[in-house]
Design a protein around this ligand. Structure first.
Ligand SMILES: NC(=O)C1=CN([C@@H]2O[C@H](COP(=O)(O)OP(=O)(O)OC[C@H]3O[C@@H](n4cnc5c(N)ncnc54)[C@H](O)[C@@H]3O)[C@@H](O)[C@H]2O)[C@H](O)CC1
Ligand SMILES: [K+]
Length: 538
């Protein structure tokens, strides 16, 4: 590697005291001048718009994943518009059940297991473990109650803390088995009397598994009382800082299966997971999250009942019906909790400090800790960023590799100044590295090139970055030809347009966010402390 350039000789401590909003305005000629409304661009999951981009561990909603061209196991007519999906009446719902468990050879245990798993996955998609840990599943006397018992078990394995209220038990082996399974996991069973009047005092999620499509009339005791407690939740939630949520399985309990909440005084679930196909009452569902579960419907049922339903993406057990709710991005906040950051513990050698933090990231098991944003600007001064992978660092700099024909390489040939940014979510840390960049030696590039898998070496030759090609097939053909050419295992020559740049540091900034700092020099910015520390001489 090449020696360091432009070392700084000063120590600067900076504190962030103001909140600056930058609006990135794109010129009207930009490719991004779409006619799409801003709201559609901001569409996001409750975990956060940024979460979907930056957080490796977070999953998006099943329904938000692109599922064009996916393999479809059944001939369900794919629809995404909730107005055009099929709804079953009560008789049809019962008939589907009978056909599945009659001529189609399913057992109730099987269907209940799949139904319960799909409900648990839908809950986990929407309600994160951290904020919605305590789950009370209220189970009724029929199969809807059985689904609830299965949900409790799966949520336990997903890391939630489930509790079960099952006041009218059924003596059949299927149900006693489900109870035994939960008891063996230490899941508490609570009587109605054990429950607080205000359920949100003790629970974050209330799973409503009281009644499904066989419900008739008005609820009898003790479910009348339990349903009323779910209704009352709304009043408590208005004064609660952190409201609890209701997730109903198949039917919001107490609702008319076809007509819905006829008097308007029934429960108002936040989530509804319809099983097999939504029942007519689901048309009246106004909560934020409507999912479809029970991924076991064979083509014969789809045809017989002329079902139009959303398709399940990939291997998902549930799929969202309709759009995810819009969230006000400005209201998104994260509480940053991390060990106290002490300036005296910062190593004066930024490389050693970087190594320490990199070790922390490795120990924490974060995915792709060497992913970093590289920001460059060519002679026109317009910056552009992209993620690249760090391939090594030492006293000479931080090394990554790229194709010399890429935009970043072109920018760097015109302007050697660049910045790198590592963001380590989970540790609440980021490292900013700014400096001038030089190409690594041909020898070093050569060495790294040949250490890559042969497929990557061929890919590097096939794709001359930032050049216009006739189409994707052209790339595939190039790749195939090269694969054939080097199929004898011969050394693949490194193309001369491919190599590395060591980024040489002139500055090193450590930025840490904390909730509960003791130091009086730290300034508060909403709920967090932002501490910028620029490492002195090195
Ligand atoms: N094919 C599928 O989609 C599957 C769905 N499953 C789930 O099963 C229910 C339907 O189950 P079922 O046992 O037929 O009925 P319910 O759970 O709705 O409850 C019947 C139970 O409730 C009693 N009851 C009826 N009305 C009242 C009332 N007014 N007051 C008190 N009690 C009442 C009745 O006597 C029975 O004991 C479906 O919705 C899905 O959730 C399967 O798990 C898998 C296949
Ligand atoms: K229910």
């Amino acid at each position: 590697m090449l020696p360091l350039l432009g070392k700084t000789k000063t120590m600067i401590l900076t504190y962030s005291s103001s909140f600056i909003t930058h609006l990135l305005a794109l010129p009207p000629t930009s490719a991004s001048t779409s006619t799409r409304p801003v709201s559609s661009l901001l569409h996001r999951s409750p975990q956060g718009f940024f979460g979907s981009i930056l957080r490796y561990k977070l999953r998006g909603y099943c329904s938000s994943r692109v599922n064009r061209g996916e393999f479809m196991a059944s001939n369900i007519k794919v629809v995404q518009n909730p107005d055009s999906i099929s709804y079953l009446n009560q008789r049809e719902a019962a008939e589907v059940d009978e056909i599945l468990m009659g001529p189609l050879g399913f057992s109730v245990d099987q269907l209940m297991e799949l139904a319960g798993l799909s409900v648990a996955t839908a809950i986990a998609e929407v309600y994160n473990l951290k904020d919605y840990n305590r789950v009370l599943t209220i189970c009724g006397p029929g199969n809807n109650g059985g689904d609830g018992l299965v949900v409790a078990r799966h949520l336990y394995h997903f890391g939630y803390k489930p509790f079960v209220c099952y006041p009218k038990r059924t003596a059949k082996p299927l149900y006693t088995g489900l109870v035994t399974q939960l008891e063996s996991l230490g899941i508490p069973f609570l009587s109605v009397d054990d429950l607080p009047m205000n359920l949100s005092e003790d629970f974050n999620i209330l799973v409503d598994a009281m009644f499904g499509f066989s419900f008739h009339g008005t609820p009898r005791a003790p479910f009348d009382d339990l349903i009323q407690r779910l209704v009352n939740l709304q009043n408590y939630n208005e004064i609660n800082k952190k409201p609890s949520v209701i997730a109903s399985i198949d039917i919001p309990s107490g609702w008319h299966v076809e007509e819905g909440d006829t008097n308007g005084d029934g429960i108002k679930p936040d989530m509804l997971v319809s099983l097999t196909a939504p029942k007519l009452c689901a048309k009246k569902f106004c909560g934020s999250h409507h999912f479809l579960g029970g991924r076991f419907v064979p083509p014969s049922i789809v045809d017989k009942f002329n079902l139009h339903l959303p398709s399940y993406p990939g291997s998902c057990m549930c799929v969202r019906i309709g759009k995810a709710p819009q969230i006000d991005i400005s209201s998104m906040r994260e509480n940053y909790i991390s060990p106290e950051f002490r300036e005296e513990e910062v190593d004066p050698d930024p490389f050693l400090q970087f190594q320490k933090w990199f070790d922390d990231v490795m120990a924490a098991g974060l995915k792709e800790p060497n992913a970093m944003a590289l920001c460059t600007a060519g002679k026109d001064g317009k910056p552009s960023s992209r993620m690249v992978l760090l391939k090594g660092f030492d006293k000479d700099g931080f090394v990554w590799y790229t194709n010399y024909g890429s935009r970043k390489a072109k920018d760097l040939s015109e302007n050697a100044n660049a910045s790198l940014l590592f963001y380590w979510d989970g540790l609440n840390r980021q490292v900013r590295i700014e400096g001038s960049v030089q190409k690594v030696s041909e020898e070093e590039s050569e060495h790294y090139f040949h250490s890559r898998p042969r497929g990557s070496q061929i890919g590097a030759i096939a794709s001359k970055q930032s050049t216009v090609i006739p189409g994707r097939d052209f790339l595939h053909q190039e790749y195939k030809d090269l694969e054939a050419k080097f199929s004898d295992g011969a050394l693949i020559p490194k193309p001369e347009y491919w190599g590395g740049h060591p980024g040489c540091m002139i500055g090193y900034v450590i930025f840490l966010k904390k909730v509960d700092g003791k130091s009086d020099v730290w300034l508060h910015d909403y709920h967090s402390l932002h501490h910028h520390y620029k490492i002195p001489k090195f």
